[in-house]
Design a protein around this ligand. Structure first.
Ligand SMILES: NC(=O)c1ccc[n+]([C@@H]2O[C@H](COP(=O)([O-])OP(=O)(O)OC[C@H]3O[C@@H](n4cnc5c(N)ncnc54)[C@H](OP(=O)(O)O)[C@@H]3O)[C@@H](O)[C@H]2O)c1
Length: 315
């Protein structure tokens, strides 16, 4: 039987926005949860036809309100995640406590499925607080609710991302570009549409109780990603290998900022390859090959970082 209601936490982010469009196009009703309706309402409202989308504002730890939402849903999707900590907005609260609360409620109200987004390449990163918290979150949700599907994606890109768009912005600004670990860390970037299609497949089909590592079609080092972006925006830059102690000094300054460019914890994480661990199935093992090619897809939106902006758009 087709589930009717999907409840999304973290709906205003990159994956959430794309997912709302995909789910509502399939006639599934979505309840999108945000912490700030005034700030995020306008982005959310435009993602679906009226009648298919309800937007609810709540604090993530308002258990009573969250329970009311989970009670009414068939599928719950957790897309809430952070890359840096600020006070109580820390990894333990966001990646461990919050998933634990909602997975317990999913069990209490016997909903059909809980889909939880974790991350790839965190198993070995035992010195990163981000990685530890994501792993502990996985253990919590798996323990609390039987029908949990954990997705562990490599880096996700799209026009709505905070990755290629941020990097192209930086590459535009400066004639030099710093490389940590000589840019050798490996990634398998996947397009946001691919992970959203996988989530929709999981909701519609008989995929349950699994952990799936999600990877794109190509393995690229960080340096290769930057080289591809430079080619796309038609720029040449000098790469400067940065010793880790210098990177850490720079990060100590950055992490004072409200939205740091990079933190010391991210520098630790960057040391580890973002490729399958071999412990779980990947999307390929369940017959879902992601075909969208990094360079082809970024080419569609990179024109804004070229010299002549929209006039550089390929006809
Ligand atoms: N993007 C990637 O490359 C990537 C790779 C691996 C794993 N993942 C995981 O996939 C999930 C979704 O990723 P995404 O790229 O869609 O994330 P995103 O764009 O950063 O969006 C996350 C959403 O979470 C909500 N949120 C709730 N509480 C928050 C808090 N305390 N601090 C910050 N945001 C909060 C925000 O929505 P409101 O402001 O509306 O509340 C935000 O829009 C995350 O768990 C992430 O760790 C992402």
């Amino acid at each position: 039987m087709k589930p009717k209601n999907c409840l999304i936490f973290g709906a205003s982010g990159q994956i959430g926005r794309n997912l709302i469009r995909g789910l509502t196009q399939k006639n599934l009703k979505v309840t999108a949860v945000t912490r700030n309706l005034h700030q995020k309402g306008y982005i959310l409202k435009t993602q679906a036809n009226p009648g298919y989308l309800e937007i609810v504002e709540t604090n993530l730890f308002n258990v009573k309100k969250i329970e009311e939402l989970i009670k009414k849903t068939d599928v719950c999707i957790n897309l809430v995640g952070i890359l840096f900590e600020k006070g109580p907005n820390n990894f333990i609260n966001i990646h461990e406590r919050f998933p634990s609360i909602i997975s317990n409620l999913c069990d209490k109200h016997k909903i059909s499925k809980f889909i939880h987004l974790s991350a790839l390449g965190i198993e070995n990163a035992k010195d990163s607080k981000y990685a530890i918290s994501k792993l502990k979150g996985e253990i919590e949700v798996r323990k609390n609710f039987k029908n949990t599907i954990i997705l562990k994606p490599s880096i996700i890109y799209s026009v709505d991302d905070n990755f290629t768009t941020m990097l192209m912005g930086l590459l535009n600004l400066s004639p030099i570009f710093p490389l940590y670990y000589e840019g050798k860390t490996k990634f398998m970037p996947l397009h946001c549409a691919d992970i959203c299609n996988l989530i929709i497949d999981i909701i519609e089909n008989d995929i349950s109780n699994q952990t799936i590592e999600c990877i794109g079609p190509e393995e690229l080092t960080f340096k290769e990603i930057i080289q591809k972006l430079l080619k796309l925006i038609e720029k040449k830059r000098f790469f400067i290998p940065i010793p880790i102690f210098v990177a850490n000094v720079m990060a100590s300054f950055f992490q004072i900022l409200p939205k740091p460019l990079i933190t010391k914890d991210q520098i630790k994480l960057l040391y580890y390859d973002n490729i399958p661990s071999g412990q779980y199935k990947t999307n390929l093992d369940i017959g879902k090959k992601f075909e969208l090619d990094f360079e082809n897809e970024v080419e569609k939106y990179c024109y804004m970082w070229k010299e002549t902006g929209e006039y550089a758009k390929k006809k």
